[in-house]
Design a protein around this ligand. Sequence first.
Ligand code: ATP
Length: 449
Amino acid sequence: MADNDLMEKLVSLSKRRGYVFQSSEIYGGTGSVWDYGPLGVELKRNVKDAWWRAMVHERDDIEGLDAAILMHPKVWEASGHVENFTDPLVECRNCHRRFRVDILLAETGAAEMEAARCPSCGKTGEWTEPRSFNLMFKTFMGPAEDSANVVYLRPETAQGIYVNFLNVQQSARQKIPFGIAQIGKAFRNEITPGNFTFRTREFEQMEMQFFVKPGSDEAFFEQWREARFKWHTDVLGLSPDRLRYHPHEKLAHYASAAGDVEFYFGGTIGDGGWGEIEGIHNRTDFDLKRHQEYSGKRLEYIDPAAGERYIPYIIETSVGADRATLAVLANAYREDVVDGETRVVLSIKPSLAPLKCGVFPLVKKDGMPDRATQIHEDLRRRGIPSFYDEAGAIGRRYRRQDEAGTPFCITVDGETMEQGTVTIRDRDTMEQSRIAQDQIPAFLAERLA
Ligand code: ATP
């Protein structure tokens, strides 16, 4: 289970092993923006690929899309973001730091603002009246910086799907029910960012919008709710006891049913350590109706067989790639004591681990480095990310790979040179087995599937 300083431990491990770095660190960092290092980029990519496989490649009824970040400004009027994408903001009169009311109350455990203590300076109840703050980043398109040229950095990827609904449906010749999936950057000028990559101002979303016939929406909502929950345990490998489904009591302006998949991060995240990683919403026909109204273009689905035309309802599943990746890291982090020393291990599911295999010569002589290099290069050719390491004591090399989350380490030793066998060490059990060198690819393939 997570302890309270898990986030701090993850921040430092991430920097040490090259998972995540603070953005623009040499300039003192940028507020709540993070960069993924060599291992982090691989892990996040594996998470995104696993989502794409489950949502697009393994299905005939969902198509992929990659829409632009910059969209026509009217999109955000139609979507309701210009008017409604606001958070109530308060400022501490003492230290002038600003906070989002709901997050402040959740994190301080206060029932009302008067009782809330400022997390920055410690004063209680010194708050300004809440005021609305729009979370969209504004910029200008073209050379003139005037109001006619304002565009927004998209705060969600979903709108790119709605405005392309008919393009995709017609070009891919899809029939309702069908979905459109997209992975891409989104930007929100969050008032209270923090908790490492949990809440940042630039992040990636993996969103799928499923278009259904009105009346069938409630059944599809249930189906997607179950399918998505299962993905987090079966594909990401998150422990079931750290996952829960939380239905929303208060619904957004566009939704008729909604709920979140929450993961237990611990610490100050969300509600007592439980933080949303995915939202599932029944958005009704709100979005397509509004785009039809604002664009003046019909956005109806025509069903020639039934002789019907209608605006479909939409079931949305929306998961943050960064939050899902953080959940994988938090879920994987362990400390155990081996021979009186603390061992830090990232028990990431092998299919998601950035490196699959470390390859070491036991000593730097007797032809062992050459043989180990051969094995390493062979694995690389087969598309199995592997890491060659001959530096330092063998125990240290194992520990480095444990921290990096590498599930297997292969060591070339004297017996390799005589009998053609190597040892394979399992990250989680630390057990070593001996197998023939030519069995390595089959051994790994079976365990990485
Ligand atoms: P929250 O209540 O935490 O602000 P939200 O309900 O606004 O989140 P959605 O709009 O439903 O979030 O976005 C869907 C997903 O996008 C979330 O489940 C989360 O994984 C991710 N996400 C949203 N905002 C952020 C952020 N600021 N940083 C990282 N990921 C985010």
